[in-house]
Design a protein around this ligand. Structure first.
Ligand SMILES: Nc1nc2c(c(=O)[nH]1)N[C@H]1C(S)=C(S)[C@@H](COP(=O)(O)O)O[C@H]1N2
Ligand SMILES: [Mo]
Length: 186
């Protein structure tokens, strides 16, 4: 654990700000699916109901936005990334994950980072379903990295051998995004 919970250059906010690029997408349960493709034994698509029947966990995390605000102790319910990925079975040569959201937003993390105990897909926050602006029906949360890795309105993942920088990672932001090292720009 870090002795100081606030990473360098961050300001603590008591609220939970909303930040994203573009409009909040509409959700249609009949067309919504979640895919796992790429370097896996068994590519799959899950309905929201199937996704929500995966083992549920609770998480309490801090959030650090690269623009300089942090929030502490967000309480979530969701499914470990690892539990989702293991349904498809990443192949031996898999090293990276590309995450796909509505409206073309993407981000990326090393597979090793994604498989950590701290990384999960959330569908509930502070006891209620995610609100549309925070990512309903499903978002990724990667607490250890700047929050642009925590893709809202997520629709699937692709397991890769080579890294594939995402939306902000190709627009000047850091690919590694470690807030403790202030990796803001890449
Ligand atoms: N799909 C999508 N996810 C996104 C973003 C975005 O623009 N689109 N912005 C990211 C950024 S920069 C931040 S700080 C967090 C903010 O999450 P919040 O609005 O729930 O606080 O969402 C991340 N996830
Ligand atoms: Mo952000």
């Amino acid at each position: 654990m870090h002795r100081n919970r606030l990473p360098p250059g961050q300001l603590l906010r008591e609220d939970f700000p909303v930040l994203h690029y573009g409009d909040i997408p509409e959700f249609n349960e009949n067309t919504w699916d979640f895919f796992i493709k790429g370097l896996v034994k068994n590519p799959i698509e899950l309905t929201l109901r199937e996704f929500m029947s995966l083992p549920e966990n609770e998480f309490t995390t801090d959030f650090h936005c690269v623009t300089g605000w942090s929030t502490f102790d967000i309480h979530w319910k969701g499914v470990l990334f690892r539990a989702v990925a293991e349904k498809a079975g990443p192949l031996q040569e898999a090293r990276f994950v590309s995450i796909f959201s509505e409206h073309g937003y993407t981000t990326n993390v090393p597979l090793k980072v994604a498989m950590d105990d701290s990384v999960f897909f959330a569908y509930e926050y502070n006891g209620k379903p995610l609100t549309p602006e925070h990512g309903f029906p499903l978002r990724l949360v990667v607490p250890a990295l700047y929050a642009y890795k925590s893709a809202k309105w997520v629709r699937g993942i692709e397991i890769l051998k080579e890294d594939r920088p995402g939306f902000w990672e190709t627009r000047g932001y850091s690919n590694t995004a470690n807030p403790w090292k202030e990796e803001r720009f890449g």
